[in-house]
Design a protein around this ligand. Sequence first.
Ligand SMILES: NC(=O)c1ccc[n+]([C@@H]2O[C@H](COP(=O)([O-])OP(=O)(O)OC[C@H]3O[C@@H](n4cnc5c(N)ncnc54)[C@H](OP(=O)(O)O)[C@@H]3O)[C@@H](O)[C@H]2O)c1
Length: 230
Amino acid sequence: MNLKDKVVVITGGSRGLGRSMAELFIKEGATVVVSSKDKILLDTTAKEIKAYAIKADVTKEKDIQKLVDKTIKKFGRIDIWINNAGIFITHDFLENFESEKVKNVLLVNTFGTFLGCKFALKQMKMQKEKGVILNVISTSALAGRPKSSMYSASKWAVVGLTKAIQMENADSGVKILSVYPGGMKTKLFGVKKPADFDTYMEQDYVAEKVIANLKLENPEPELIIRRPNA
Ligand SMILES: NC(=O)c1ccc[n+]([C@@H]2O[C@H](COP(=O)([O-])OP(=O)(O)OC[C@H]3O[C@@H](n4cnc5c(N)ncnc54)[C@H](OP(=O)(O)O)[C@@H]3O)[C@@H](O)[C@H]2O)c1
């Protein structure tokens, strides 16, 4: 796909992988809407990279509806929608996880992706030029990992969702893609970083691979990006 002049919406676009992808889309000549909760960081990022900022919490239906409506009002269509917003739950044995933290990781990573897919699909199906939805999953959804039960569960659920809507939309004209990145050196982990954090990938490296895939005529629908020496 030629990315020039495409209208791209990226949830969780204020930092990390979302920001890196936004910058690369802009380099390709796309118009990018970045979205997240922290308005100050979001506005700063948008200004720095020349994107358009719309504050939205992916767990709130009204926010996601507004994100679509405002994008359509300003740019007329959505060509690429990336469900990238995500949170982590610090590694531990399952019996030690606090229920509220577990609910939140499922709410943001799983329900947030559902909402993004729902409103992007509704919009894209109404458009003449349909579009592409890309779900950012994780290699944590390819194998079970000790102490990562509930982050993994939140992402494994997105695998099921993604595979189902790929089939539902086989003839709708909307393309459903997914990416499974391995560890990246982002702020996802907060202060309690995993022990091997230093070996994780740079977010720009992963973003480059995502954009290169999208530029192909037939992008890989389930792109796995592992650490080069993992
Ligand atoms: N880092 C890794 O090792 C790794 C590996 C595999 C997959 N991933 C996935 O890659 C994606 C990007 O993560 P990252 O590593 O770039 O993390 P990050 O640097 O922490 O960025 C996360 C982004 O999501 C936003 N966000 C969090 N909760 C949100 C909510 N409720 N509504 C809207 N936006 C929200 C954050 O901004 P606000 O907090 O201001 O809203 C931020 O913009 C996530 O889905 C993550 O699970 C990461």
